[in-house]
Design a protein around this ligand. Structure first.
Ligand SMILES: Cc1cc2nc3c(=O)[nH]c(=O)nc-3n(C[C@H](O)[C@H](O)[C@H](O)COP(=O)(O)OP(=O)(O)OC[C@H]3O[C@@H](n4cnc5c(N)ncnc54)[C@H](O)[C@@H]3O)c2cc1C
Length: 404
């Protein structure tokens, strides 16, 4: 529980732009701290995004601080075992009886903390839980069909305009509008988002449809050169979340997430092991998507006056540490604590940036490094930048107690 203290900023109205994982987590943390919150989402409904998510210890700590741990148990899948496999042969190099317990992998001692175990989710299930929690605090907090267009700010507050002509006035605003953030563009002008050299395919495979015994371990990472596959069970173990990655020179499609043609995926992985080929064969065409992986160099500041950024909008990162959602959850918990502890909005944003920019920069670089390692293509320069990176320290962060 975040304890309220007398502070000048306590009565503020916080405008959150984007109702994704980060925006909704921030909304809950702010509501619990007693702030008025409105969340403005471009979509007309909060729909199903067909993909899996892993939450590690740090994200579990964020969820625990918001009172959501017990509810997460009901919608998550806790793997009992996992394996690193060869993409071409399917041979297991490294069997793990408790995947995700990094300490156990490293020195043989399991971490006794109940939050240490990874859990796997369907993204829509976590998203639904977060949205329901926001609405339980305030049924009118989430505004759909509100696509951010522009904002103005002065000494008294911020006014945000949406493309349908609606406006909202608040004391401060936070762009939680994802990787291709328009709020970031409005704050910092021309925004250089680069293609980071990976194309991903994702899909959901019903386990029952697969030949018996094909899916052995609960999670598997298949390492290859320039290609990899990650798969794990979700939804009571009945569905497999499948993600395949290939290093590519460019991304020619107009969108950055597009429905994929199954035959492309089949062709790209036609020489791989039986398990991968069977999964690809059994992905229903309508759940198969192709993504270009885009990102940008870490930023030195996220804030202009009364407007700041959170989640992928502030620090887009590659998925190779499975930490993008975790970082956005951490941001949400920390920004609420900073506002609660500060006497002015300026002070709160300064504390927020101090607590978050260095950490998210390290994780962004760590995810790039891990991607290269996974694909057998380490770059010397990045190795140097990533040497401070250590998965155990990353997972050990607790956003509810870290100094702010
Ligand atoms: C293949 C893949 C696998 C991944 N696996 C993992 C994993 O295992 N674990 C993990 O922690 N992370 C994972 N991630 C990353 C994770 O999904 C993101 O980092 C996380 O969703 C970021 O949350 P966010 O709130 O910043 O952005 P999002 O969840 O993307 O939400 C942004 C929201 O803003 C809305 N929006 C956009 N533009 C506007 C606008 N103009 N006006 C209003 N609203 C707008 C969007 O509709 C959306 O609802 C993965 C990512 C990929 C691509």
């Amino acid at each position: 529980m975040l304890f309220a203290r007398e502070s000048v900023v306590k009565d503020l109205h916080v405008v959150l732009i984007g109702a994704g994982i980060g925006g909704l987590t921030a909304a809950i943390a702010l509501q619990r701290a007693g702030f008025k919150v409105s969340v403005h989402e471009q979509a007309n409904e909060l729909g199903e995004v067909g993909a899996g998510l892993t939450l590690a210890k740090n994200a579990n700590k964020a969820m625990r601080s918001l009172g959501l741990t017990d509810k997460l148990v009901n919608i998550g899948f806790r793997p009992e075992n996992g394996g690193r496999k060869d993409l071409m042969t399917g041979v297991i190099h490294d069997f793990m009886s408790v995947p995700g317990d990094v300490r156990k992998e490293k020195n043989g001692k399991p971490d006794p903390d109940p939050d240490a175990r990874f859990c796997m989710y369907h993204r829509a299930d976590i998203h639904g839980l977060l949205a329901d929690t926001v609405r339980a605090h305030d049924p009118d907090a989430i505004h759909l069909g509100h696509c951010f267009q522009s904002f103005t700010q002065d000494g008294n507050g911020v006014e945000v305009t949406f493309s349908n002509g609606d406006t909202v006035k608040g004391d401060l605003a936070i762009g939680c509008d994802g990787n291709r953030s328009v709020v970031r563009q409005a704050l910092f002008g021309d925004d250089k988002v680069d293609f980071l050299g990976y194309v991903a395919w994702r899909g959901l495979v019903p386990v029952d449809a697969m030949p018996e015994g094909t899916i052995d371990t609960d999670t598997s990472v298949f390492n290859g050169t320039h290609r990899s596959v990650v798969r794990y069970k979700i939804r009571g173990g009945k569905t497999v979340n499948f993600a395949a990655y290939a290093q590519k020179k460019d991304w020619a499609d107009e969108g950055w997430s597009v429905p994929a043609r199954k035959d492309e995926l089949v062709a790209e992985f036609s020489d791989t092991c039986e398990e991968v080929q069977q999964m690809i064969k059994h992905i229903p065409a309508e759940t198969c998507f192709r993504w270009g992986m885009f990102g940008r160099e870490p930023m030195k500041t996220w804030t202009v006056g009364r407007v700041s950024l959170l989640g992928d909008a502030a620090h887009p990162m590659l998925p190779f540490l499975g930490q993008g959602a975790g970082m956005s959850m951490e941001d949400g918990v920390v920004i609420a604590r900073c506002l609660e502890a500060s006497d002015t909005i300026e002070e709160a944003f300064l504390r927020y940036e101090k607590a978050r920019i260095e950490r998210t920069t390290l994780v962004t670089i760590g995810a790039r490094f891990n991607g290269l390692k996974l694909h057998g293509t380490i770059e010397k320069a990045l190795e140097e930048r990533a040497k401070e990176f250590d998965a155990i320290t990353i997972n050990d962060y607790n956003p509810a107690t870290v100094p702010i």
